[in-house]
Each structure stands twice: as structure tokens, then as C-alpha cells.
Design a protein around this ligand. Structure first.
Ligand SMILES: Nc1ncnc2c1ncn2[C@@H]1O[C@H](COP(=O)(O)OP(=O)(O)O)[C@@H](O)[C@H]1O
Ligand SMILES: [Mg+2]
Length: 297
């Protein structure tokens, strides 16, 4: 039987969904932590050692989680993903896609460079220069968000609204990532999550936050929406720009009706999305992974 490794440290609901979806296709999927992998270049064993796959490498890799850690640890986890791809094993999303999207500075740069609408953003090391930027923005009546360069689920995000907020302005691990705050259209706070698989926008939802943070993990409510063409196209272009097999794209519509791409997630969750769409997202992902790598898997 063909075997798949699902890289994750917390299989949970998503892991179970994937396991079932792979089983439906006749594949046995196992959960593995990237922390348990090794590079072993001694000519006697496979060069990449994955727990439970010591004799034969998996027929495919589904990446559901890359653990955090020191720079060395994270680089090592990415090395494993890159090496597996070099060994012609399908890695979904691959290490490069994950690298680009985990780094918010690179994501912002690539989106802007592709002329896609994304908020004004500054990424820098110097505190004095960060203060000058923030002060200028506030003077112009803008607000800013400071974010950790590597972060997810709304962790470590702060909003800078007034001059006194500059007193606490601190870097995250030495780097300032400042982004102009986009005032969203309508009552309260909301943004749109568009799920793109294989170049198609397959589902979308509105996420309505309790505050300006619209992450589902922060209690945002999910609402079904009809996906219009321009929103779908934007999400598809963003996913292609970051060269991802699939992605969860976050887009905010401002008060003037313009769209701004906030984030392109290479390891998006879909539990919230599935409450408002009528298909099995895990199955769609698994089918896509197996189909696009038909030769290899
Ligand atoms: N520039 C912005 N303007 C308005 N809201 C924002 C902006 N950036 C982030 N947010 C809000 O914060 C949430 C989390 O930001 P995001 O950049 O996606 O970080 P994370 O990786 O932690 O999800 C977004 O979904 C959105 O609701
Ligand atoms: Mg996000």
C-alpha cells in the first residue's frame, strides 16, 4: 500500500480529516513530526530518515505544520522539506512556498512586486527609523499594525493608533514589521478568506472578528459569501505569485470598495471554512495532491 507522511505536531481535526481522505484514495497516511526527522549521509541508509519510513521514503508528503524554534531549527525543518522534493517526493505545499509565506516581509514584497494590492508596509531593523515612519503615518491620520515577521493566528499583532502607543513600540526578535491599517467596509470588523486549490478559488467566507483581529482562532465568526470574480482572481493571482499548490488568502475590502491582500497562508486551517461550504475540503486537497503528482505518487 502506498504511504503518505503528514508532517504535523498536532494532528487534531485536520489530521483526522486528511487521514480519512487519503484512505478513501487507497493511501495510508501517518502523522510525523519534523522534529523526528534526520539527515543521515553515511551511505548505508536513506539520506533522509523519517520516523516510521526508515526502509522506504513516503510516496508523498502533506505539510500540516512546521514547528517554530531557533533559526537553526527552522532552517533544518525546511532542509528536510527541500531535500525530500529533491528526492522527487511530492511535497504539498513545498518548502519554498512555506518559506515565502511564513516570512511576512517576503510575502508583502512579492505581492507588491507582482503589482497586487497589499497595504503599505515597512520592514526594518532600526528602532529610530521605525519611530519616524510610525510618527509620519500617525500625523497623516493613518493607523498602523506591527506584526512579528514570523507569526500566525493573530499572535503578537498590535495596533498603533496614537502617539503614546509609540512608547511601547518594540521589535519582534529585532525586526519591525509595520503595516498601514486598512479600515474595512461595513459594520464592525471583517475580512474575507478565499481558499485556492490548483489555481481555482474553491470557497470563500467572511470572517467577522470580535475586534480588528479576524482570525478564526481568535473567535471570529464565519459567514458564507458568494465569491465575486475580482475577489477570486485576486486570490488566484496571490497564490500563483507565491507559487503555492493551495492557499488560504486573506483579503480586506476597504471603505472605498478596494481590496487589499493581507496574507497568503501556505498551511491554512479549514475547519471554520467547512462550516460554511458544502464539500469536504480535505478530500479536495488530497485529490489535488494525488492528481498533480500522478507520475510520482
Ligand atoms: N493592514 C491591516 N489592516 C487591517 N487589519 C489587518 C491588517 N493586517 C492584519 N489585519 C488583521 O489581523 C489579522 C491577522 O493578520 P495577519 O497578517 O493575517 O497575521 P496572522 O499570520 O497572525 O494571521 C487579519 O486577518 C486581519 O483581520
Ligand atoms: Mg492571517
Amino acid at each position: 500500500m502506498k504511504r503518505i507522511a503528514i508532517f504535523t505536531d498536532e494532528p487534531g481535526w485536520h489530521g483526522k480529516q486528511l487521514k480519512r481522505a487519503f484512505a478513501n484514495k487507497g493511501y495510508q497516511a501517518e502523522y510525523v513530526s519534523l522534529t523526528e526527522c534526520k539527515i543521515q549521509l553515511n551511505n548505508t541508509v536513506l539520506p533522509i530518515q523519517i520516523k516510521g519510513f526508515e526502509q522506504k521514503l513516503p510516496d508523498g508528503i502533506f505539510v500540516r505544520g512546521v514547528p517554530g524554534g531557533s533559526l537553526q531549527e527552522v532552517v533544518f525543518y525546511l532542509d528536510i522539506l527541500h531535500a525530500l522534493k529533491q528526492l522527487k517526493i511530492p511535497v504539498y505545499n513545498d518548502g519554498h512556498a512555506i518559506e515565502r509565506s511564513v516570512d511576512k516581509g517576503m510575502t508583502s514584497f512579492l505581492l507588491k512586486n507582482a503589482e497586487l494590492p497589499t497595504p503599505m508596509t515597512w520592514v526594518l531593523r532600526e528602532r529610530e527609523a521605525a519611530l519616524v515612519i510610525a510618527e509620519q503615518e500617525l500625523k497623516q491620520g493613518q493607523r498602523l499594525i506591527s506584526k512579528p515577521l514570523f507569526g500566525s493566528q493573530g499572535e503578537g499583532l498590535r495596533r498603533i493608533e496614537k502617539m503614546t502607543d509609540l512608547l511601547w513600540l518594540t521589535s519582534s526578535n529585532g525586526i519591525y514589521y509595520l503595516q498601514r491599517f486598512i479600515n474595512c467596509v461595513g459594520e464592525g470588523y471583517s475580512d474575507t478568506r478565499v481558499f485556492v486549490i490548483n489555481g481555482q478559488a474553491v470557497a470563500a467566507m467572511r470572517r467577522r472578528g470580535n475586534s480588528w483581529l479576524n482570525n478564526v482562532s481568535r473567535g471570529a465568526r464565519c459567514e458564507a459569501i458568494d465569491l465575486n470574480k475580482s475577489l477570486a482572481n485576486l486570490a488566484i493571482k496571490a497564490t500563483a505569485t507565491l507559487k503555492m499548490d493551495y492557499a488560504g488568502v486573506d483579503i480586506i475590502e476597504d471603505e472605498q470598495g478596494n481590496y487589499h491582500i493581507i496574507e497568503v497562508n501556505s498551511i491554512p486551517a479549514w475547519k471554520g471554512l467547512e462550516t460554511v461550504c458544502n464539500f469536504n475540503v480535505a478530500q479536495l486537497l488530497v485529490d489535488d495532491m494525488l492528481l498533480r503528482d500522478k507520475g510520482a505518487v
